[in-house]
Design a protein around this ligand. Structure first.
Ligand SMILES: [Zn+2]
Ligand SMILES: [Zn+2]
Length: 482
């Protein structure tokens, strides 16, 4: 616990001005907009609209709420996929209804327009690169390449229907939002021709009837990403029959799961056929049970992230003997107090995953010099490491130098975060000028062996304001951050 010198009179003016950059309207855009002002004209012009302009035209109609144009474009959509990104403006019930009306026209048609290639609508695709409308599938295949290929069912979602609507659903305290509720009812009424495919399911707080109702209609097989928040372990037991059907689950995230279950409840967690990533935050039943928990794996895991949980020494002792975790690319044990632990098992473990590990996060673990010293030979053999984070551990300046001599050998490192050494604190106060003085010499240790890319040295957070000091390679100075 330390406080920072900024605390007595804090500066509130740190808020960044968010500058919005407006790009000039192109002539093409102006033409589209004037066309859309006359909806009837726009609809009649669709037959002459080149395929390549469909996505931009659709996007324009979408963000300006020209719902009639949206409906008219669906039955002549010239690509297999129509993907609507999370961040597009006007993502609401009205635009959804307009698109579904278009699908209804398509379903009712005895003979389809030869132009129409539409097989799948993806509603609310949450990827960074999808801001508006695109013609890519959920799996991110480039849409322009796939239009000549037969529709491939994505792995495991074996449901074959005429048309597919892929979405992600959030069930908050038993409730879906109005768009999701509408979509679900719409799809239920057309279940002979529409497959509603839920790739990502997020359940926060469990209310039994709505969950059962949802799983009665959705195919558990479709779910690839499952996030469970704020549940009790008995809720997990209720979900277990459905979890057991999730044969295509790739990513499982558990956050804030409370209560301590009996062993029998835990052994009920099913084996997942192809799980690639587990993320566990604030989950109490992990304690003394890591081995039992990881028994759910059937294939080698890529990513194991256990954050803000309590582990026991026996959990750590088991780690090198757990099955299916020796091809890990990411290991995070952040915010887990390891200050009283023998870390030899972690060293054995790192030796075993050294051939595959790309990201190692041991942040805020309270690890001291003598403990971490055990890990150094193993870490310096993890030649594929790209990201490491060792912030918020109790390292002396001398030891930090030793650590840097080891990480200096790791040529693939792109991002490295280290703690400010203990010498940067005195009587509970953060001394940022000392950090500023130490860092050039610390960076020189890395520079002697390779060209470092992103390197930071961070102090602990101030216990009063939560601010901290960070020295980074880019700015070469010590900056206060809140
Ligand atoms: Zn402070
Ligand atoms: Zn599906």
């Amino acid at each position: 616990m330390a406080i920072c010198p900024q605390c007595p009179d804090q500066d509130d003016s740190l808020e960044e001005d968010t500058m919005k950059v407006y790009s000039p309207l192109t002539l093409e855009k102006l033409a589209r907009q004037s066309l859309l002002r006359e909806e009837a004209l726009a609809i009649s012009a669709l037959k002459d609209l080149p395929n390549i302009l469909f996505p931009v035209m659709f996007e324009e109609a979408f963000i300006n709420g020209h719902t009639k144009v949206l409906t008219a474009m669906i039955p002549v959509w010239p690509y297999p996929y129509l993907s609507v990104g999370m961040k597009i403006r006007n993502l609401n019930l009205e635009t959804l209804k307009a698109m579904l009306e278009g699908l209804d026209i398509l379903i009712a048609q005895k003979v389809r327009s030869s132009r129409c290639k539409l097989r799948e609508i993806i509603w609310r695709k949450r990827y960074h690169d999808v801001f508006g409308i695109c013609t890519r599938s959920y799996e991110g295949l480039p849409g322009f390449m796939t239009q000549k290929q037969p529709m491939q069912n994505s792995p495991g979602c074996g449901v074959k229907k005429e048309l597919k609507v892929t979405t992600q659903l959030e069930l908050m305290e038993g409730r879906l939002d109005e768009s999701a509720t509408y979509l679900l009812q719409w799809a239920q009424q057309r279940k002979d021709s529409i497959h509603l495919c839920c790739r990502k399911l997020n359940i926060q707080g469990l209310t039994k009837p709505p969950v059962i109702e949802i799983f009665n209609f959705l195919h558990a097989d479709c779910v690839q990403d499952l996030e469970l928040f704020h549940l009790r372990t008995e809720d997990l037991a209720l979900l277990n029959p459905y979890l057991r059907q999730m044969n295509n689950l790739l990513n499982l995230k558990l956050c804030h799961i409370i209560d301590i279950p009996s062993d029998s409840e835990m052994s009920q967690l099913p084996k997942f056929q192809c799980l690639k990533s587990i993320s566990v935050t604030s989950v109490s039943f992990i304690r003394d049970n890591l081995k039992g928990f990881l028994r759910c794996l059937k294939k080698p895991l890529d990513s194991l992230n256990i954050t803000d949980c309590i582990l026991s020494q026996s959990d750590l002792d088991f780690l090198p003997y757990c099955l299916n975790i020796f091809e890990l690319k990411l290991l995070s044990l952040a915010y887990i107090n390891l200050s009283y632990f023998h870390l030899e098992p972690l060293r054995f473990f790192l030796e075993r995953v050294g051939h595959s590990l790309e990201c190692l996060e041991l942040e805020a673990c309270g690890i001291q010099d003598s403990q971490f010293n055990n890990l150094l030979p193993a870490i310096s053999q993890c030649f594929h490491l790209r990201d490491v984070s060792f912030c918020d551990n109790d390292f002396s300046l001398l030891f930090l130098k030793e650590l840097l001599h080891h990480t200096a050998q790791l040529s693939q490192l792109k991002s490295e975060a280290y703690p400010a050494p203990l010498e940067c604190y005195e009587r509970g106060v953060i001394l940022s000028h000392r950090l500023e003085n130490f860092c050039p010499e610390l960076l020189d240790i890395l520079r002697a062996k390779r060209k470092p890319k992103e390197v930071t040295f961070e102090t602990t957070q101030c216990s009063k304001c939560g601010g901290y000091y960070i020295y980074d390679l880019g700015s070469q100075s010590c900056i206060f951050q809140l």
